[in-house]
Design a protein around this ligand. Sequence first.
Ligand code: FDA
Length: 301
Amino acid sequence: MNLRDFFIGMSQNQFLNNSAKKYGLKLGAQSVVAGTDVAEMIQSVKELNNNGISATIDNLGEFVTEKSEALKAKEQILEVIEAIHTNQVDAHISLKPTQLGLDIDYEFCKQNLSEIVSKASEYDIFINFDMEDYDHLKPSFDLIDEFAKDYDNIGTVIQAYFYDSVKFIEKYKDFRLRIVKGAYKEPETVAYQDKKDIDENYLKLIEYHLLSGKFTSIATHDHRVINHVKEFVAENNIPLDKFEFQMLYGFRKDLQLDLAKEGYKFCTYVPFGDDWYGYFMRRLAERPQNMNLVVKQVFNK
Ligand code: FDA
């Protein structure tokens, strides 16, 4: 078993997930999670805004199996929407359908999402449907298709590791899209396994959507991709207000600030809440060097 598989396995461990909720932000997670409540999170967003950076806020949680938990998550997200509006911060929402009950019942999840999307629409707040693993791809796209009939404040994510991602981006070319490499462990029947193939497809998807003229969020910490995009937008006269770079809270902070200072739109993905464990383990799976964050935290107590 390699380190990536080890951390992905850890991210799905229910016992450790529950223990993490009980014992608060530990093991370095506080460097990459913006607090456990709305007040702390809003404070972090204000600091980002002061540096010319917008935020996409993720109320942490996923793969929920209890209706009560999904309803609680819905209430928390509604509270975040209210807080964005009241504080007039430059921010929108990222959410995961499995947190709102997709694994429990499609219609139940849709009802929860409907309250969220409609409230956000009243305040003109954008909602991004994060994309999870392959098994949830189809129902998540189905939900998006249904909401798109009535709302224009929604968008989603295209994951470059899927062979079908080109088809997805063609289908959703009129949406505001975040394009990523892909964070879950997927079998080779559906996804590229080789980093080189994923990177190549990633650039192809980014270029396609930038040229389509719809807003593109390029979500990566990979400076090579960022430099490529800078050249591509300059060569193709793509206006600066048609795309943004996104990175996760706490990662490559200097680069985040530099890009914002250079005049690029920049948006930080701000996760908060007590359900941080799975998120944190996936970050370790992507980049075992992130263990540095853990080590620093342990020694800086
Ligand atoms: P990758 O991990 O491929 O690294 C490439 C190179 O970049 C490294 O070799 C290194 O040189 C450099 N690098 C990377 N991280 C670095 C660091 N911390 N410090 C210094 N150098 C570093 N996934 C998903 O499946 N669904 C989703 O909805 C989302 N949403 C999302 C939002 C945002 C804002 C981000 C940034 C990412 C996601 N992802 C995601 C995760 C995404 O799919 C992917 O797993 C990670 O971003 C890791 O891939 P990267 O492109 O960042 O670089």
